[in-house]
Design a protein around this ligand. Structure first.
Ligand SMILES: [Zn+2]
Length: 94
């Protein structure tokens, strides 16, 4: 760790910080690991959601229980806007 001067406000800052604490100037963007993690999380959520959704669907068909059908409908209505947002974020990133 060394001290450098912020290119924007010229204050002394640590060279391993990502932002200048004085003016919020971005010194370094995300590391590759962080950006991989950011794209992985929506994918995992997407996969987990459809696995759950499929599981409930199979149960609902098997038992023909209206509670399961309602649960499936609510799950779909609640999760889809969120999933669409995540996917849109992923697509825009690339
Ligand atoms: Zn600064």
């Amino acid at each position: 760790m060394a001290l450098i001067n912020c290119p924007l406000c010229k204050n002394a800052i640590s060279d391993d910080s990502r932002y200048c604490p004085h003016c919020r100037y971005v010194l370094r963007s995300e590391t590759p690991l962080e950006s991989a993690y950011d794209s992985l999380v929506p994918l995992l959520k997407f996969g987990a959601f459809w696995a759950l959704w499929g599981g409930v669907l199979v149960l609902a068909i098997k038992s023909n229980d209206w509670i399961l059908w309602s649960f499936l409908a609510v799950l779909t209505a609640v999760a889809i806007p969120d999933l669409v947002k995540d996917l849109r974020g992923l697509i825009q990133k690339k």
